[in-house]
Write a protein that binds this ligand. Structure first.
Ligand code: TRP
Length: 331
């Protein structure tokens, strides 16, 4: 990081609960960053609509669940401004302006858009879906964010945001800083195939109970070379060993040695990994429970965060209009 004054913006689509992959990929660093920097976190319900427009009730419910996920992992509403994307109409306004400087082909070649379109079996692309990186650029720019802690799949989107703000600044006036991404670690799924993702059914959600965690780990794939307990294992390619590392299990070093020498079985190793995950999740469960009992407090906090974000957005849009010479009058 080359500046000491960062402004953080990040967020998640509200299409379901968050899981451990989100935690190591980004939530963990957000909890640290909020101690030092002004932080905005948005509940990206408009972006959720790009793929789930036919399930608005799922989106609204997820706004609630993802808010609890944030609070549970330690996002502190006194330090972080949490807000709802669709409640900030200025973001939509800025999206329209940014959409003037990006071509359809650039968006079509965005690798994350391509992968998502393929995974979802889209043959033609919805306009809103194709354009969500533009809307994401507006999410980042409205508050003049400099740093975006997010998973590695977000790299192309932050790149688009950089290009859009640079173009705006060149064309009109230097209003926006160029944002950078801060990627976290990548967590493999329980199936040992891709990354952890809810749609692949290979995830452990942040609100999993201790028994859920154990049951999921029991079914997790391990190094396929190990058939008998005494077979030497290859922890560096084993998804369960990766959990020991990523969740900072105190057993990680010992397990590396004993697995390589065929001295520990996968069942025992999974038990220990499950223990480390449950230890991580325990304080999250307590905080979730605390906030679940205080629905009004949570709502008030979202209202306050959204109000703050809205004020910032209004100020930025005045600057945008000023820069473009289209601030005809104030209404
Ligand atoms: N695209 C992100 C995701 O899939 C969500 C998101 C929306 C976001 N706007 C953002 C992330 C701005 C970082 C910055 O979860």
């Amino acid at each position: 990081m080359n500046t000491n004054q960062e402004l953080i913006l990040t967020g998640d689509r509200t299409t379901g609960q968050l899981h451990l992959g989100h935690y190591v990929g980004s939530l963990r660093s957000r909890v640290e960053l909020q101690e030092t920097y002004k932080t905005y976190i948005l509940l990206a319900d408009v972006q959720a609509l790009t793929t789930h427009y036919d399930q608005p009730e799922l989106i609204a419910n997820s706004v609630h669940q993802v808010t609890l996920d944030y609070l549970a992992v330690g996002i502190d509403p006194n330090k972080t401004t949490l807000f709802i994307q669709s409640m900030i109409p200025e973001i939509a306004e800025l999206t329209v302006i940014f959409s003037m400087f990006v071509t359809v082909n650039t968006l079509r070649h965005n690798p994350t858009i391509k992968t998502e379109a393929r995974d979802r079996g889209y043959t033609d692309l919805y306009y809103g879906f194709l354009g969500y990186p533009v809307s994401q650029a507006a999410d980042i720019a409205f508050c003049k964010a400099t740093l975006v802690p997010a998973g590695e799949d977000q790299i192309p989107h932050v790149e688009t945001a950089r290009k859009l703000v640079r173009r705006f600044n060149e064309l009109y006036a230097p209003v926006f800083p160029e944002p950078r991404i801060l990627t976290g670690e990548r967590l493999g799924g329980l199936d040992g195939i891709g990354k952890m993702s809810k749609s692949m059914g290979n995830a452990i959600s942040l609100n999993a109970t201790p028994d859920d965690v154990k049951a999921k780990l029991t079914k997790a794939k391990t190094d396929p070379a190990r058939i008998h307990r005494s077979d030497p294992g290859h922890p560096d390619i084993c998804p369960v060993y990766a959990y020991h590392q990523l969740f900072r299990s105190i057993y990680a070093d010992d397990i590396h040695a004993s697995c390589s020498q065929g001295k520990i079985g996968c069942t025992d190793c999974k038990q220990l990994a499950g223990g480390a995950i449950n230890e991580l999740l325990e304080p999250f469960r307590e905080r979730r429970n605390y906030y679940e009992q205080r629905e009004n407090e949570v709502k008030e906090m979202l209202i306050e965060g959204t109000r703050q974000a809205r004020n910032t957005a209004k100020e930025t849009m005045l600057e945008v209009r000023e820069a473009m010479g289209i601030r005809y009058f104030d209404v």
